[in-house]
Write a protein of this length. Structure first.
Length: 500
C-alpha cells in the first residue's frame, strides 16, 4: 500500500479548513467571551475533578535557571499526574486492549478517571497530625517571605519561589481563596522582575487555576487558562510546546464534557485546532515520520468524532447516554460533511506515519485501513465502507499467516467507534460479573436487532433502559464471512452498570 500523502505540509494544508467547520475561535479565547457563554448545569464534583486533572497535567517550568526538563514540575502533588497523561512515544501509540481483537485502533495514552474523595465521618488522629504538619509548612513559608521582604524588599525576585511553596501549602490545607491570592502575587512579581511572559509564571498559574476550579470559579479558571496558554506560547519551544498544546486540547474536551458554556462546536473546534498546532510543533522538531506525531493525530481524530456527533466514552473513561447540550445534535449534523473530510485526512496521515516506522508490519497497514473503513461506516457511507472491508478481507485471506488477523477483525460485530478515548460502548463483562445481561443480534448492515434483557436483577431497571437505548443507536461493524457482511444472532453481553 502506498503513502497517502507526499509530505506533511500537504497534509496540514488539507486540514487547514477548520473555519468552515465552525466560526473560527482562537485557542485561547475565554468561554465567557464566546457567544451565548452561559453555563450549562453540571455535576459540580465531577466537573471540579475532571478540569483539575487537565490543569495539573500541563507542563510546568522549573524555578531553576536554565536546563529545565520539559516534564519537571514545581510540586510532587502535581507531578504525580504527569505519568498518566504523557503521550506514548511508541510508534503505534497505546493499543486498545479492552476487547480480544488485536486490531482496534491506537491512540495516545489513556486519560485517567477523575479521583473522588470519599467522605470521612470522624477525623482520625493521623489526619489531625497531617493538618498540623501542613500548618507548620504554611507558617514556615510565611516566615521566609516576611524575612525576604525585610532583607530584599517587597519585589525581591526570590519571593516568587517562596510564594509558590506557600500557595501549594495553602492548597493542600484546603485554603483555596488564600492560595489564589498568593499565586496571583507570585505571577505579578514574576512579571515585574522578568517581563510580561516568563517561565517562572507557569507553575504559579497552574496552581491558581486548580484552586479556582476547586471553589467552582470556572469562568475565572478558564480566563487564567487562556493567559497560561499565551505564556506557554511565548516561553516553551519545540516538543515542550507541543505537549502543552495537547494538554490545552484536553482542557477543551473536559470543559465541553462538563457542560461549561453553551458553544459545544466552538469548544471542539478549539480542541481540533490545538491538536493541529501541536502536530505542527512535532513535525518541525522531530520530522515528518516521527512516532511523536501519532498522539496529536489521534487527538485530531477524536475531535472529529466528537464534531460529527459521537456520544459515549468521555475523557475520564466513563460513558454517557446522551449529548451534553440541547442543540448539540443539530449543530453537529450541519458540520458532518466537512468533519468527514477532515477525519479521512487525519486517518491517512496516521497510516503514513505508522508505515514509515522501522519494523512496521501488516498489522499497522490493516489497522489504519480498518480505521478508515470504520470512519466511512460511522458517517453512513456504507457502500464505500463495505468495499474497503471486503478489500481488507481479501488481502488477508491471500496471506497464509493472516488467519488470526481475519478472526480478530471480522469474526464478530464491533461497536463503532472503537478507538480509545471515543469508544461507543464500554467493554462487556463476563456473565458472572455483570449485573445487566443482554441478548441481541447485528444485521449485515450493522444495526442492532432483537435486543432483549435476560437478567432478573431488580436494581437495574432505570439504567438498563438507558443502556439498551444507547445500544440500539450504536452502529456496528458487521461480522464478515468469505469477504461479505453477514447477520449475527444470539450475542450475549453482560454489563457492570456502574461504568455508565
Amino acid at each position: 500500500m502506498c503513502a497517502m500523502y507526499e509530505n506533511f505540509p500537504e497534509f496540514l494544508r488539507s486540514t487547514d479548513r477548520v473555519g468552515r467547520i465552525a466560526p473560527a475561535v482562537d485557542a485561547g479565547t475565554s468561554l465567557a467571551q464566546a457567544p451565548g457563554g452561559g453555563r450549562h448545569p453540571a455535576d459540580r464534583r465531577a466537573l471540579t475533578a475532571a478540569l483539575a486533572l487537565a490543569v495539573l497535567a500541563l507542563p510546568a517550568a522549573s524555578f531553576a535557571q536554565g536546563g529545565e526538563s520539559k516534564h519537571q514540575l514545581a510540586s510532587s502533588a502535581v507531578a504525580s499526574h504527569v505519568s498518566d497523561l504523557t503521550p506514548s512515544s511508541e510508534p503505534g501509540g497505546e493499543r486498545n486492549s479492552d476487547r480480544s481483537s488485536g486490531i482496534t485502533g491506537n491512540v495516545d495514552s489513556p486519560l485517567p478517571e477523575a479521583p473522588v474523595d470519599e467522605p470521612i465521618d470522624e477525623p482520625l488522629e493521623s489526619d489531625e497530625r497531617a493538618r498540623e504538619a501542613l500548618m507548620l509548612d504554611v507558617r514556615a513559608y510565611q516566615q521566609a517571605i516576611a524575612e525576604l521582604e525585610i532583607s530584599e524588599g517587597a519585589f525581591s525576585p526570590k519571593l516568587s519561589e517562596q510564594l509558590l511553596g506557600l500557595g501549594l501549602a495553602l492548597q493542600r490545607n484546603g485554603d483555596h481563596p488564600g492560595a489564589i491570592k498568593v499565586f496571583k502575587r507570585g505571577v505579578h512579581l514574576a512579571r515585574i522582575n522578568e517581563g510580561l511572559y516568563s517561565r517562572r509564571q507557569l507553575a504559579l498559574l497552574q496552581g491558581e487555576i486548580a484552586s479556582h476550579i476547586a471553589i467552582g470559579a470556572f469562568t475565572e479558571a478558564d480566563e487564567r487558562q487562556r493567559y497560561l496558554y499565551r505564556v506557554q506560547a511565548r516561553t516553551l519551544s519545540d516538543t515542550t510546546r507541543g505537549e502543552a498544546l495537547m494538554q490545552h486540547a484536553l482542557w477543551q474536551r473536559q470543559a465541553y464534557e462538563a457542560g461549561l458554556g453553551e458553544e459545544p462546536v466552538a469548544r471542539l473546534t478549539r480542541m481540533w485546532s490545538l491538536y493541529r498546532l501541536a502536530l505542527s510543533e512535532f513535525v518541525d522538531a522531530e520530522g515528518e515520520t516521527s512516532p511523536e506525531l501519532l498522539p496529536p493525530l489521534y487527538g485530531m481524530l477524536r475531535a472529529q468524532y466528537l464534531l460529527s456527533g459521537f456520544v459515549g466514552e468521555q475523557s475520564n473513561g466513563r460513558f454517557r447516554f446522551t449529548g451534553i447540550y440541547p442543540s448539540e445534535h443539530s449543530s453537529q449534523v450541519a458540520y458532518s460533511n466537512e468533519s468527514y473530510k477532515q477525519g479521512s485526512a487525519v486517518i491517512r496521515a496516521i497510516y503514513d506515519v505508522r508505515l514509515a516506522q522501522e519494523g512496521a508490519t501488516l498489522v499497522d497497514s490493516i489497522d489504519s485501513m480498518l480505521m478508515l473503513a470504520d470512519w466511512k461506516l460511522w458517517h453512513g457511507k456504507r457502500n464505500e465502507a463495505i468495499e474497503t472491508y471486503g478489500r481488507l478481507y481479501t488481502e488477508l485471506a491471500d496471506k497464509d499467516a493472516a488467519k488470526d488477523l481475519i478472526d480478530d477483525v471480522f469474526s464478530r460485530p464491533e461497536p463503532l467507534p472503537n478507538i480509545r478515548g471515543v469508544r461507543a460502548l464500554p467493554p462487556p463483562e463476563s456473565e458472572r460479573d455483570g449485573m445487566l445481561l443482554l441478548e441481541f443480534g447485528v444485521t449485515d448492515r450493522g444495526r442492532v436487532v432483537d435486543l432483549e434483557r435476560i437478567d432478573e436483577y431488580p436494581g437495574n431497571d432505570d439504567r438498563a433502559g438507558e443502556i439498551m437505548r444507547r445500544l440500539r443507536q450504536t452502529p456496528f461493524r458487521p461480522r464478515f464471512s468469505d469477504g461479505l457482511p453477514v447477520k449475527t444472532e444470539g450475542i450475549r453481553w453482560a454489563y457492570d452498570t456502574t461504568r455508565w
